[in-house]
Ligand binder design. Sequence first.
Ligand SMILES: NC(=O)c1ccc[n+]([C@@H]2O[C@H](COP(=O)([O-])OP(=O)(O)OC[C@H]3O[C@@H](n4cnc5c(N)ncnc54)[C@H](OP(=O)(O)O)[C@@H]3O)[C@@H](O)[C@H]2O)c1
Length: 340
Amino acid sequence: MPDQDLTVAVTGPTGDLGIALVDALERSRAVKKIVGMARRPFDPASEGWKKTEYRQGDVLDKASVKDALKGADVVIHLAFSVLGAGDKTREINVEGSRNVFDQAVRSRARRICYASSVAAYGYRSENPKWLTEEVPALGTDQHFYSQQKAEVEQVLAKTLERKKATQAYVFRPCIVSGPRATMLIEEIPYVQLSERMPDAVRSLLGLMPILKPVIPDPGTPFQLVHEDDVASAFVSGVRGVGEPGAYNLAGAGTLTMSDIADAIGWYSIPVPDLAVNATAEVISRVPAAPEKLTWVEAVRNPVLMKTARAKKELRWKPKYSGRQTLRALIDAWKREGPEH
Ligand SMILES: NC(=O)c1ccc[n+]([C@@H]2O[C@H](COP(=O)([O-])OP(=O)(O)OC[C@H]3O[C@@H](n4cnc5c(N)ncnc54)[C@H](OP(=O)(O)O)[C@@H]3O)[C@@H](O)[C@H]2O)c1
């Protein structure tokens, strides 16, 4: 019988995923109280949240973490520096996560629900085309985000060794999108690239002066998952449904960059591997972009996940396919007036 009357602490409730997740926790009858913590000032009433208290704090500050996690039955850890993941943010991502996990164990939380990522598997040629949770999450060293996501999973496993009172659900979503999770469209350089592309690359790709932005498409398939579907999987973890452990989360079907271009009404052009590599090489010399360049790795090597375990154990029923998720993202993006 899943738990009731839960107090849930959430780090990073103000982010793309955090807002959708706290919304779902607000609606869950199993949850009595939510305490959120992030660095920015934020008023839960601005989202219409009634069960949520908010504390401003940094995961690197142990006293703030202790205060936010006090009395929590379940700790959800989302706080992470996603796009800025690099040497500078290593402390937030790795040490900040360690602080949260240590405190969760100390305050005897029943469960930790951690937002890992498909990136934790790494972009490794020896991996099978379709990843299951049995494949070791080893990360890719050259890709900060991937390396740190893999390392944080190890930190979590180590923290819980011999600590039987606290269990962990480790969620590995693919790219999360939806009306509020717009990172795909706003931040991934392959989309921004169309405008920033240096002349050298334009001529390499044979691009004429543009009437509409152009997204290069290396043809690599990727998955999308809707923010509400990720939130529902987390709610199952919060309630203690199924076995603890790792869970892949992805919407049905695969997409390519051409699908994004079609959905926005932009152009796409097929790009051979060689040009992707050359593009990466040229962008690495553009001062604005070196950290974001690491995302190029994700369009060079497909990382696709099977989600049978979440469907069986958590009884996860995603409402949106990858394509429907893209539609929801683009509709919201157009409604809210894209800059492009
Ligand atoms: N979005 C995706 O596509 C995706 C896919 C797979 C996994 N994930 C994982 O899901 C989690 C949430 O992602 P997201 O997309 O919601 O990220 P996001 O939009 O960048 O939000 C990050 C959240 O963490 C908080 N935060 C960052 N640094 C912090 C610090 N030092 N102390 C306290 N809070 C801090 C941020 O608030 P402040 O800046 O105000 O502190 C914000 O609330 C991350 O762990 C990410 O790796 C995301």
